[in-house]
Write a protein that binds this ligand. Sequence first.
Ligand code: GTP
Ligand code: MG
Length: 378
Amino acid sequence: MVIKKYLANSMNEAMMRIRRELGSEAVIISQRKVRKKGIRGFFSKSMIEVTAAVESNVNTSKSKTVDTFEVFKRALNGRNELSVNDENIQNKESKEEKLFREVHELKSMINNIAVNQYGSQNKENDDAYSELRNILMQNDISEVFIDEIIDKVKKMDEEIDDVSKAKSVIEDMIQISDDDLNGIVVLVGPTGVGKTTTVAKLAGKLSLIEKKKVGLITIDTYRIGAVEQLKTYANIMNIPFRVVFTINDIENAVKELEDCDVIIIDTTGRSSKNKMQISELRAFLGRLNIDNINLVISCTTKNKDIDIIVDGYDVLNYNNIIITKLDETSTYGSILNILLKADKPLSYIATGQNVPDDIIKTDKKYISELVLGVEESC
Ligand SMILES: Nc1nc2c(ncn2[C@@H]2O[C@H](COP(=O)(O)OP(=O)(O)OP(=O)(O)O)[C@@H](O)[C@H]2O)c(=O)[nH]1
Ligand SMILES: [Mg+2]
């Protein structure tokens, strides 16, 4: 695998250079906006850093030209050798096979070069969607979902522009939860994504606006200050609060809060790479009859990490997703990447640090507009 980074003024420029240098087989691994380092960079125009990769047996176009001649030469040599050396049939057959392979390889290389330089029907077809592809890439939607969206857009025959088609495609691809929070609600997720803050926001909304009787439990006795953090919120909102130290205490804590309409449980941030920690959490939650498990994940999470987190938390069988820190990013493709990778409904988005204000329920239209960069989060 050859992996290369390109710094360019636009996605188009980066794509042209990648195609030219790595060939048409190259795939985009990531892209991000960057500025020059240092104070001067602050005032400079942002650029795009694109990381592309290609299998190492697919040659770059520079070496492709050299290889084309090499293969051609070798193919011709092979032919000469065959005509003079017909004593060893086995040897001859393998040479013929080799020659056949090489000519085949040569043909496909020439084809590739022709496609790159002069275009083809397919290219024309791709070009028709290259603007949409750029928009999707610039919003950090992962490659696999970009292909899926474009395939679906291609199949639409409404008389609307491609971005509007993509909007409706994205709306169809995502799920939004309309669950009302009742009973036992648990928030799980990686460290620092905003679980405790979200528990406090939800508790505030439910008790102050929906006038529900809310109880809070934390099983996060692992991190210094975690108990105090939630206790402070519980005190301010005048909400009953319990701390659970061992797995045997959890049922009791829930029992003590049984007159509450909603009990929200905060958990310790767990690295999804640590299967032991997640199993421990599973054992805790296995003691209860939980109504709603929410995976909390920040929209600033890198695409690769989204995959690891979603896979890691799968064993907890969570039903909804809460996406936090929308205020900390300017592209929202990660929302789509999270929802599609997890294949679960989105229940809330969090847009800042203020408790309880910065949390909202949302809808498909708003999310697809965010994802396409048509709409900005607050
Ligand atoms: N900008 C922004 N910050 C947030 C948001 N939600 C939470 N935070 C901040 O993120 C930081 C971590 O929040 P916590 O609620 O402690 O995160 P956590 O997931 O409980 O962390 P651990 O318990 O350590 O795993 C705090 O500074 C919060 O104020 C949000 O939506 N936007
Ligand atoms: Mg916490």
